[in-house]
Write a protein that binds this ligand. Structure first.
Ligand SMILES: Cc1cc2nc3c(=O)[nH]c(=O)nc-3n(C[C@H](O)[C@H](O)[C@H](O)COP(=O)(O)OP(=O)(O)OC[C@H]3O[C@@H](n4cnc5c(N)ncnc54)[C@H](O)[C@@H]3O)c2cc1C
Length: 289
């Protein structure tokens, strides 16, 4: 099935994003999470790709295991960081060998300790170039790209960021998956602006249910997502894990319900390798909305 088909029109396209654990024990735990999430009949799982290819073999291991065990489509994230085009081709060849269906094509963040992204000699500069490479040499792979409702932090302005997104779409992307966000208005405005410049592929909201204030503040500051003050106040009210979990889940339930009511084509969950919060969100609203 084509990647875009899962999210055609108003619907319930559903994907879950995993990251590669560091240990074999972590991999076993992750497979348990995957099994639990299958209850919601997701369309596919994705697995992230560490800075500079640091997780290459683990990413492929996870995807291979998920696909072989559960016979469900899988997508590998892939970044341009630290790789020549030849190395990117080698990765794509391996991904195809293990049965990868789709690629989330990214430029990637600068490696730790570096302030700016530097193009590897013989490598690629922007994600649109990676999309072009995949589209021309690996047309069997569906392609997702990243979009930023609050504007990518390096973009000079929202307009330039949107033009750059359009470049990725024109290069052959099938869907856009957004950076996590907590103000739905930002997402709706982003979708409107995309439509205005002629981006007509599905735009899938990326949702991270918060279960811990400190953790989300760290993640949100890394990717420059803003948190509603009332939500922070409620989380700060009581720092017990139970309260944090309950408040975070309630917020995500309301957020997803509102997105569905506005006709989004589906949802991509950043599950952070745990099923509980995402499951609670989906149990509450997925079946009824
Ligand atoms: C859904 C999702 C999944 C992610 N998964 C991973 C992952 O697995 N591993 C990881 O390391 N990171 C991941 N990231 C983070 C991502 O790598 C960073 O946000 C990165 O800084 C930008 O990647 P990009 O693909 O959006 O880059 P690009 O689309 O290349 O954009 C990067 C910046 O350059 C600008 N730009 C783009 N093209 C041009 C051009 N032609 N000329 C001038 N400026 C241009 C853009 O406006 C933007 O500011 C993910 C992000 C999202 C939203």
């Amino acid at each position: 099935m084509g990647l875009g088909d899962f999210f055609a029109g108003k619907g319930k396209g559903l994907s879950f994003e995993l990251f590669p654990p560091k240990t074999d024990e972590g991999v076993d735990l992750l497979m348990g999470t995957v099994k639990e999430l299958l209850e919601f009949s997701p369309d596919f799982f994705t697995c992230t790709y560490g800075a500079g290819g640091s997780t290459t073999s683990r990413t492929l291991q996870i995807l291979e295991q998920v696909k072989a065990t559960y016979n469900i489509p899988v997508a590998s994230h892939l970044t341009c960081v630290g790789s020549t085009v030849e190395q990117l081709r080698n990765y794509l060849d391996s991904a195809i060998r293990i049965g990868t269906d789709y690629i989330v094509a990214l430029r990637g963040d600068p490696p730790k300790g570096q302030a700016e992204f530097t193009q590897t000699v013989g490598g690629l500069r922007y994600a649109n170039e990676l999309v072009e490479l995949i589209q021309s040499e690996y047309p069997q792979l569906g392609i997702a790209v990243a979009g930023y409702p609050e504007v990518h932090q390096e973009a000079p302005n929202a307009e330039a960021d949107l033009i750059n997104l359009k470049r990725k779409v024109d290069a052959g992307a099938d869907i856009i998956v957004t950076q996590l966000f907590y103000h739905n208005e930002d997402f709706f405005r982003f979708v409107d602006r995309c439509h205005t410049i002629g981006i007509n592929i599905p735009i899938v909201p990326g949702i991270l249910p918060v279960t811990n204030l400190a953790q989300i503040q760290r993640i949100a500051s890394l990717c420059k997502a803003s948190l509603p003050q009332a939500f922070i106040d409620r989380l700060e009210h009581n720092l017990t894990p139970e309260w944090q979990f309950q408040v975070g889940v309630e917020f995500a339930q309301a957020q997803v319900a509102d997105l569905l009511n506005h006709g989004v084509p589906g949802v991509h969950f950043y599950v952070l390798n745990k099923s509980q919060a995402t499951s609670e969100v989906l149990k509450a609203h997925w079946y009824q909305a």
